[in-house]
Design a protein. Sequence first.
Length: 292
Amino acid sequence: MASPDDSPSLSDALSRATARLAAVGITDPAVDAELLAAFVLDLGRGGVQAAAFRGDAIAAADERRLDELVARRATREPLQHIIGTAPFRHLELRVGPGVFVPRPETEMVAQLAIDALRAAASASPIAVDLGTGSGAIALAMATEVPHARVFAAENSVDAYVWTKENFAHVGADNATLAFIDLARAFPELDGTVSVVASNPPYVPDAAIPRDPEVRLFDPPAALYGGEDGLDVVRVLSRVGLRLAHPGGTIVIEHGEWQGEAIRGILAADGWRATATHPDLTMRDRATTALHP
């Protein structure tokens, strides 16, 4: 960090960045400004806050770099694309164009899967994450339930680049990744899986996501799920019945208005004990069921 005598203050730079981001409708402009500064300065967000509070300066080159990144964020390019990572539970996942950026609400979906996996009677239970994207749910299960074996399927070439990188970076030796369509995934595991989890595309084709970060930057294949948004859910239900053993659990993320319809799909296919669960904002976020 440069001395205050020859450089502008970090606090002023953050104020300008925050104002610029607020002007284009960023939800938490101060948070984004601090995270971008943390990326530029190779600090944690807390370190940036402390430096600004102390009145530290920011070097001219760092200020220019921060301005460049703020300009990108002002176009509504996702913050995670700019800094190259997204937090998910205890993980830092690498993300960018072509892969769905994991959201905080999916952390509770992963928790449902983790709880079911921990409750499995087997000494080495098996879990499957179908359409794993960045690998978020699969890697959370693998690292938080280390006695389990976790298999993940992804069939988007663009996403798979990031999935492979995250599997290599995390290095969980109990996690296996396959490039395969979820409808045909892992026939060798039929009837042995304790937990089938998925965050499928569930936005109806005619719906337009409100946030530009989603509408303009998330891959359409990870968003849209047919006329009612549930085409992939119907496939998941049937694949889950093939994979899971009796008493096994399926966990499916979905939109806040889709719980009733998904419970109906699962029940019609023969799943039992269907239940829909809210996220931390009290919006319905996931539905679970048990294999008969």
